[in-house]
Design a protein around this ligand. Structure first.
Ligand code: ATP
Ligand code: MN
Ligand code: MN
Length: 305
């Protein structure tokens, strides 16, 4: 929470020990949220978000003038003056990558204009071996939400048949993200091929619902199963990250049972998330930690082997 600061003026103090410059700047006109309020939101959600970010290479979506101004992705640490930021040299990139595992670095990133936190499907300790698949369901924007709910169920049925447990989160935008946790056994290529196999299997057997090729023309009336989030260097917005979109929605984990009960991928925002978390009896992602392996039998079921 914010301190009143040396002058005792409210709104002037630090957040998590970080001085917030231009704290009064409104960064989202729709909700009237200031940069300081965004920093305070991230401070309040820090334990949840840091659990998602810790150990992973990150990309930051920065919007220093607010979400209506210029937005840019940053995936290297070089010029970032963020206290506690990890700059991690890797075999994959010439420049050090970004790691955040402390409240101070998290709020420091917000002070530098970060609105969204995106993470890779891997950990610095085993960067060549992804530890999850993310299926990013991207609808034709004209489709009603009920079609996204139906599509999410259909993907879950396929994953159930394969024997893979999966976890859901709203994207905070238009679609759902389906996360399949993996033991970090295989390298990027076979894991990406598996994710592509899921997308192509869905498009082949349920062509009215799904498409496995990118591009708005292919997607008319359908949902693109974006498997491209699973290549090396790709990222997906982290669970509990804010989105730089009007109203400042948040990407939020949900249980399978809740899928029917929400009215869209932007069901929660920076102002409503606290009430949801306070009302939860159990973590919607309980059981996430198990280490699943992709097997040849699964590949055969997808027509890959
Ligand atoms: P929506 O539900 O509206 O599709 P989304 O976050 O899934 O929201 P996508 O456009 O499908 O949005 O992008 C999926 C992910 O791909 C993003 O969360 C982001 O991590 C990554 N991404 C998309 N565009 C870029 C980009 N230009 N640079 C870096 N990463 C990107
Ligand atoms: Mn998407
Ligand atoms: Mn996408």
């Amino acid at each position: 929470a914010a301190n009143p600061g040396p002058a005792g003026k409210p709104g002037q103090g630090k957040v998590a020990g970080i001085a917030i410059s231009h704290g009064e700047r409104v960064i989202d006109a729709e909700s009237g949220t200031t940069k300081r309020a965004l920093a305070e939101f991230y401070d309040s959600i820090a334990p949840h978000l840091l659990a998602q970010l810790a150990g992973r290479p990150l990309s930051l979506l920065r919007a220093p003038e607010g979400i209506a101004g210029e937005q840019f992705f940053q995936r290297h640490a070089e010029t970032l003056a963020i206290p506690g930021l990890h700059r991690i040299a890797t075999v994959t990139d010439d420049e050090p990558l970004i790691g955040i595992d402390s409240r101070r670095a998290l709020i420091g990133a917000v002070q530098m204009g970060t609105v969204e936190f995106h993470s890779w499907n891997t950990d610095f300790r085993h960067i060549e071996r992804p530890d999850r698949i993310v299926l990013d369901l991207d609808p034709d924007p004209a489709l009603p939400w009920a079609r996204m709910v139906e599509a999410t169920h259909l993907v879950l049925v396929l994953l159930d048949e394969l024997g893979l447990a999966a976890y859901l989160k709203t994207s905070g935008g238009k679609g759902m993200h389906i996360v399949v946790p993996l033991a970090a056994r295989q390298e990027w290529e076979p894991v990406k091929a598996f994710a592509k196999g899921i997308a192509q299997h869905l498009a082949r057997h349920l062509p009215r619902q799904f498409v496995a090729s990118m591009g708005p023309k292919n997607r008319v009336g359908k949902i693109f199963v974006d498997y491209l989030r699973n290549q090396q260097g790709a990222s997906t917005v982290a669970a509990y990250s804010v989105r730089a979109r009007p109203g400042l929605p948040v990407s939020v984990p949900i249980s399978r049972d809740e899928l029917e009960t929400i009215d869209g991928a932007a069901a929660w925002n920076v102002h409503t998330l606290a009430a949801r978390l306070a009302g939860l009896a159990t973590d919607p992602w309980v059981g996430y930690a198990h280490r699943q392996r992709l097997t040849d039998a699964m590949r055969q079921s997808l027509g890959l082997a």
